[in-house]
Design a protein around this ligand. Sequence first.
Ligand SMILES: NC(=O)c1ccc[n+]([C@@H]2O[C@H](COP(=O)([O-])OP(=O)(O)OC[C@H]3O[C@@H](n4cnc5c(N)ncnc54)[C@H](O)[C@@H]3O)[C@@H](O)[C@H]2O)c1
Length: 401
Amino acid sequence: MKVVIIGQGYVGLTISAFAGEFFEVVGFDNNSKIVEQLNQGNSHIEGVESYTLQNWIKAGRYHATSHGSEIKDADIVVIAVPTPLTSDRKPDLGFIEAACKTIGENIKKPVLIINESTSFPGTLRNYIKPAIEKYSTSIIEHLYAISPERVDPGRGDFNQKNTPRLFAGLTPEACAKTREFYSKFCNQLFEVSSPEVAEAAKLFENTFRQVNIALVNEFAQITNALGISVYETLDAANTKPYGFMKFTPSAGVGGHCIPVDPTYLAAVAEEHGAPATFIRRANEVNLEMSKYVVDRVQEENAGSLQGKNVLIVGVAYKPNVADIRETAAGLVIKHLRDRGAVVSWHDDVVGSWHGENSAPLSGADIAVVVTKHDDVNVRDILASAPYVFDTTGKVLGANGL
Ligand SMILES: NC(=O)c1ccc[n+]([C@@H]2O[C@H](COP(=O)([O-])OP(=O)(O)OC[C@H]3O[C@@H](n4cnc5c(N)ncnc54)[C@H](O)[C@@H]3O)[C@@H](O)[C@H]2O)c1
């Protein structure tokens, strides 16, 4: 069985690493630098070990390519390309369209096509299938399925094997073949009655997080106004053994999923005349959190940030990964610079970002902790500036939310 995985990023490479144990995998990516690096056995994704890739390469079970001709004899094709928002914050299916073009133009026999990219309900049926048919030079009866990806890069306790996986196909045969494929490397599979249910479930999972994060971010502002500790209050609420799930405040949400996926759900809801008020408001609250953080820092520094050397500690969107997509650090830095602060950042996991490099963790007037990686020492953070504002709840002894 030859499995082609289109997109070798966080999702696609993770699947490649697991599938490589059982299948011949071709990782198709249109970024030739990534392809070159992968063919040398170097992983660029946290949680995918280079030695795993090297093992599969040696065994002849993995190679990466940018050439459409190398995917033509696939049996299964998995789509794992980005699904971002356009500049006016609408779903952008441009990468999916390009992946469909690659499939349509190169695959000339019926195969199983599984979408793992996150998108709104109806994407598989009304968008992917027609797009592949549009780009195919003849009529081919492919099997179509969806299995939304739930990977949490950098997480140790849950991976492809022990994270239950949803799936659905457009036909019973597509369902059966999809089950067969994933059951090789995933312990628990849940078939749902339609691709739309699987697509909507994925969006709702991330919307649940987005709304609850917004709620706790608002709550942090309320507790601060009341002069009580948000963390102590959350811990107190969390002693209830049912009906409560603890979320913690932050400078905002980041990554490819939480700031983006709920907007896919809101867009499809509004298209169908259904309300998406929670989603829209949660998005605003999370985006406004960066301003609230900078307001607090300014207030607690005699009302002015003009000329102050401010060090952001951690710019990745979450701990222990180098991913800076949609990171809240971006907005925090913008607000600080708008108020005349001289901003640098320390994050050796990220290394370089927007043409700037990670600065030493010392010598600032003010430090603002946005992301606390495990290998950054709390004592070093506290020593980096006379005033430290922590948005993570992990730097005991600092000021903060
Ligand atoms: N990162 C996560 O934690 C996560 C978790 C669950 C679901 N998802 C979803 O999975 C999908 C992929 O996300 P990701 O984080 O892996 O993205 P990514 O940016 O890490 O990787 C995408 C890869 O696809 C490649 N690519 C783009 N267009 C291509 C094309 N036309 N042909 C071939 N390669 C192409 C890019 O070069 C890149 O290497 C998205 O829909 C995302 O929402 C991501």
